[in-house]
Design a binder for this molecule. Structure first.
Ligand SMILES: [Fe+2]
Length: 296
């Protein structure tokens, strides 16, 4: 099978590139699909959600009910073939994480997601082992912050495309198996997570889909110290700091959520209304959204 992500196959790449740019969503309003019941999507709702994911690897859904719970999030994901929840150590027993400011839990407090601070651009689970890569997630907003907490979103395939257009060597460098290393994390019991070294861009051998691991953090990450890798990282940072129409800015309101193939995202700092603190449910999966395999 020919792959558009093969650097030695410019014909396949250019064909995929045309298809991608012609269909990519650049108007954030077009990313939003209203649904009635997340437990049982109608055929039309499912098709509308999937179409956006096929074109831009993401969709924002809006449900007009404030009674969505963790189980509903799971059943919503299952309608897109998402079943293998990543049971990370901060997830609840059911594998779904409540993302909220944690005042009392010392473990959680040490991690930025559970604070009101900004989170830089990243893909989820960039520190996971190769067999537990996060290929998709659902982020459902139960309560938004009193102020702030907006997200920026960018399709990782568009990031790949733009970097490859500017210099194919950037893709080569970022696809190296030793491109980035996340150092081990230690806690009072010793090493809680071993160091993870791996590529930024990789192609799933089973499906041919593009996967991306990235964090814009400057601490707790070591980039391969070679000129092309560092130039590629700088080009990527510049791209994400630009005002390209492919960078979506959105604020999830109660009942709204993001379903995506682990696209790049960030979060602005926020301040909570103490009577109604920000709460999101996050479900991370090892598989991609069914029916979104790279088409061209
Ligand atoms: Fe994230």
């Amino acid at each position: 099978m020919q792959s558009p992500f093969d650097l030695d196959n410019p014909t396949a790449y250019l064909r995929w590139r045309d298809h991608k740019l012609n269909n990519a969503i650049t108007d954030t309003d077009e990313l939003i699909v209203e649904i009635k019941n997340p437990l049982a999507l109608t055929k039309a709702e499912h098709a509308a959600l999937l179409e956006r994911c096929r074109h831009s690897n993401m969709v924002i859904y809006a449900v007009h009910t404030d009674t969505v719970d963790e189980d509903m999030v799971r059943q919503f994901g299952a309608q897109f073939g998402l079943n293998s929840l990543d049971a990370n150590w901060l997830a609840d027993e059911d594998g779904i994480t409540r993302v909220t400011v944690s005042a009392e839990d010392g473990n959680r407090q040490a991690y930025i997601p559970y604070t009101d601070r900004a989170i830089k651009w990243h893909t989820d689970g960039y520190y996971n082992t190769p067999d537990r890569q996060i290929r998709s997630f659902v982020l459902h907003c139960v309560r938004s912050a009193g102020q702030g907490g907006e997200n920026r979103l960018m399709d990782h395939e568009i990031v790949y495309l733009m970097l490859r257009d500017s210099n194919a060597d950037f893709i080569r460098a970022l696809s190296a198996p030793d491109a980035m290393t996340i150092p081990e994390r230690t806690d009072e019991d010793g090493v809680a997570r071993a160091a993870q070294t791996g590529p930024v861009f990789s192609v799933d051998p089973a499906t041919g889909d593009l996967h991306m691991r990235y964090t814009a953090r400057t601490r707790s990450i070591e980039w391969k110290q070679d000129a092309t890798t560092l130039a590629a990282v700088a080009a990527l940072e510049k791209l994400l700091a630009s005002d390209l129409p492919h960078i979506h800015r959105t604020l999830l309101k109660p009942g709204m959520g993001l379903l995506c193939n682990n696209v790049l995202h960030d979060r602005a700092a926020f301040s909570d209304d103490p009577d109604s603190p920000r709460l999101l449910y996050r479900a991370r999966y090892h598989e991609r959204i069914a029916g979104t395999h790279c088409s061209w």
